[in-house]
Design a protein around this ligand. Structure first.
Ligand SMILES: NC(=O)c1ccc[n+]([C@@H]2O[C@H](COP(=O)([O-])OP(=O)(O)OC[C@H]3O[C@@H](n4cnc5c(N)ncnc54)[C@H](OP(=O)(O)O)[C@@H]3O)[C@@H](O)[C@H]2O)c1
Length: 416
C-alpha cells in the first residue's frame, strides 16, 4: 500500500452512499460452517455500464474521478479505510493447523516474503512436496535451506525456476508440473510493485507479472488440478494473492475501450495507480474464472483470491517514506500475513470465487449504508464496490485477458 493508495481513499466514490454502519462481527472460515457459496454476478443481472462516462444506464453515478482532495472522502472510502485499520490492529489470524499429508503444493514467488512463509507453513503441515516457483534458483535454494532448517523436514521442498516476466518460462514450469504425480494447490503469490514504467513481454511489467502470467500459469495448470481431483477424490485449489488495495484503484484506463493497449501506454500510465489496478484485474479474473467453472460444472477446483493485509516485505521497496512509517505502526509480519495464504489454499468450497480477507470470506465491519440498503446486507464477499457494481467490467477484463492468453497459448481457454 502506498501513499498514493491512501490518496485513493479520497477519490473512490460509488455515489449515493449516505453513511457508515457498524457491520456484523467476523466469522472464521470453516469447511463445516455450511456457508452458502457467494453468488456470481454476470453481465445479465445488473445495469449496463458506460465505461466512458462512469454512469449506469439508470444514470446512477459510480465513480467520481476528481482530483484527490480530502473534501471528496466518501462513506465507502471511509468504510474501506476503517475496515483496513480495524483489520490490521484488531483481527487475529489463526495459526495454521491443517494436516496436508500427501499434498503437492506450488507457491510462486516463494523465495522471500509471504510466499516463503506460506511455503514454510505448508512444509510444517506435512505436505509431501512443496515447490518454490522462483526466478532465481540461487535464492530458491536459500529459501529451501531455510525451510528445511526451521521445519526439520528434508526431501520435501524443491526450487523450480519460474520467471513470470517470461511466458516461455511459465509454459516450461507448467510442463514440468504436468509430470507430477498429483497437484493439490497452486498459490499465485509472486507479485511486483515497481514505481517506474517498464515492459515485460508485451505489457507493462505489473500487468505481465501480476495478471497475465499469473493467469497463464493458472489456466495452463487447471487440467492437472482437475486430474488430481478425479484421481484422488480431493478438491484442489487455485489461490491468487490479491490485495485490499484493489478497492483503491482509480482505473482510469477503463474509460478506453481497449484496456490492455491503454495499460501499455507509458504516456498515460499513472504508476501511482498501477499496482492497485493490477490487483483489481486479478480480482476480476479470479471471479470470472470461478464463475465459468461453476457454470460449466467444472468446479472440482476451488478458485479463490485473498488479501493478506499490509505486511513487512520487500514489495514496497520503491515506496515512499510515509509508507514505512505506516508499516512501522500497522504492518503484520510476513509469517502472520502468510496465514491468510494457507487459509485460502485449504478453504472449503464456500470460498469458490470469493474474496478472502483475514482468513475468512471478507465482510464489511464498517458497512457503507448504501450497501445495507441494496442487498449487501449480510456484508459477505466484499471485494471493491467497483467489482460488485460493475459486472460488465469483469466481462470486459476477462474478454481481453482471455484473448491475450489464447494468443500466448492457443487452445488454453478450452480448460474453462
Ligand atoms: N506485503 C504486503 O503488504 C502485501 C499486501 C497485499 C498483497 N500482497 C501481495 O502478496 C504477494 C507477495 O508479496 P510480498 O509482500 O511477499 O512481496 P515480496 O517480498 O517482494 O515477494 C514477492 C515475490 O515475488 C517474486 N517475483 C517478483 N517478480 C517475479 C517474477 N517475474 N517471476 C517470479 N517471481 C517473481 C519475488 O522474487 P524476487 O525475490 O526474485 O524478486 C518474490 O519472491 C504479492 O502478490 C503482493 O502483491 C502483499
Amino acid at each position: 500500500m502506498t501513499l498514493a493508495v491512501f490518496r485513493r481513499y479520497s477519490v473512490l466514490n460509488t455515489g449515493g452512499s449516505s453513511g457508515v454502519t457498524w457491520g456484523r462481527t467476523r466469522k472464521h472460515l470453516s469447511p463445516q460452517t455450511g456457508r452458502h457459496a457467494p453468488s456470481m454476478t454476470t453481465a445479465s443481472d445488473s445495469e449496463a455500464f458506460s465505461p466512458v462516462q462512469g454512469y449506469t444506464r439508470c444514470g446512477r453515478r459510480l465513480y467520481d474521478l476528481k482530483t484527490p482532495s480530502l473534501s471528496t472522502v466518501t462513506p465507502t472510502a471511509m468504510s474501506s479505510f476503517l475496515n483496513f485499520v480495524y483489520s490490521q490492529i484488531f483481527v487475529a489470524l489463526p495459526y495454521p493447523k491443517q494436516d496436508l499429508t500427501d499434498q503437492t503444493i506450488i507457491v510462486t514467488g516463494a523465495n522471500t516474503g509471504l510466499g516463503l512463509e506460506a511455503a514454510r507453513h505448508f512444509t510444517r503441515l506435512n505436505a509431501s512436496k512443496v515447490i518454490l516457483g522462483v526466478r532465481s534458483l540461487e535464492k530458491g535454494e536459500g529459501a529451501k535451506k531455510s525451510i528445511e532448517e526451521s521445519t526439520g523436514r528434508s526431501g520435501v521442498v524443491e526450487a523450480w525456476r519460474l520467471d513470470l516476466c517470461s511466458y516461455e518460462s511459465v509454459k516450461q514450469s507448467v510442463q514440468r508440473a504436468h509430470g507430477l504425480q498429483r497437484l493439490d494447490v497452486v498459490v499465485g503469490n509472486a507479485g511486483i510493485a515497481p514505481s517506474t514504467f517498464a515492459m515485460a513481454e508485451d505489457n507493462e511489467s505489473m500487468v505481465t507479472v501480476n495478471v497475465i502470467s499469473t493467469f497463464l500459469l493458472g489456466l495452463l495448470i487447471l487440467p492437472k488440478l482437475r486430474e488430481t481431483a478425479a484421481k484422488f477424490n480431493v478438491q484442489p485449489h487455485l489461490t491468487v494473492v490479491s490485495s485490499e488495495v484493489h478497492m483503491m484503484a482509480k482505473f482510469e484506463e477503463r474509460k478506453n475501450p481497449d484496456l490492455l493497449k491503454t495499460l501499455n501506454d507509458k504516456n498515460t500510465t499513472d504508476m501511482g495507480d498501477r499496482y492497485q489496478v493490477s490487483k483489481l484485474l486479478q480480482v476480476y479474473c479470479a471471479r470470472e474464472l470461478a464463475a465459468r467453472l461453476n457454470k460449466t460444472g467444472k468446479s472440482d477446483v476451488i478458485v479463490n483470491y485473498l488479501n493478506p493485509g499490509m505486511c513487512h516485505s520487500s514489495l514496497s521497496r520503491d515506496g515512499p517514506f510515509f509508507l514505512e512509517v505506516l508499516k512501522f505502526f500497522l504492518a503484520r509480519s510476513t509469517e502472520y500475513g502468510s496465514r491468510a495464504l494457507v487459509s485460502a489454499a485449504t478453504a472449503g468450497e464456500e470460498t469458490q470465487g470469493a474474496y478472502l480477507s483475514d482468513c475468512h470470506v471478507a465482510q464489511w465491519v464498517f458497512l457503507p449504508r448504501r450497501h445495507c440498503c441494496e442487498g449487501f446486507a449480510d456484508a459477505e464477499n466484499r471485494p471493491a464496490p467497483m467489482v460488485l457494481d460493475e459486472p460488465e467490467m469483469q466481462q470486459r477484463v476477462w474478454d481481453e485477458v482471455s484473448a491475450k492468453l489464447e494468443s500466448i497459448r492457443p487452445g488454453i481457454m478450452a480448460s474453462v
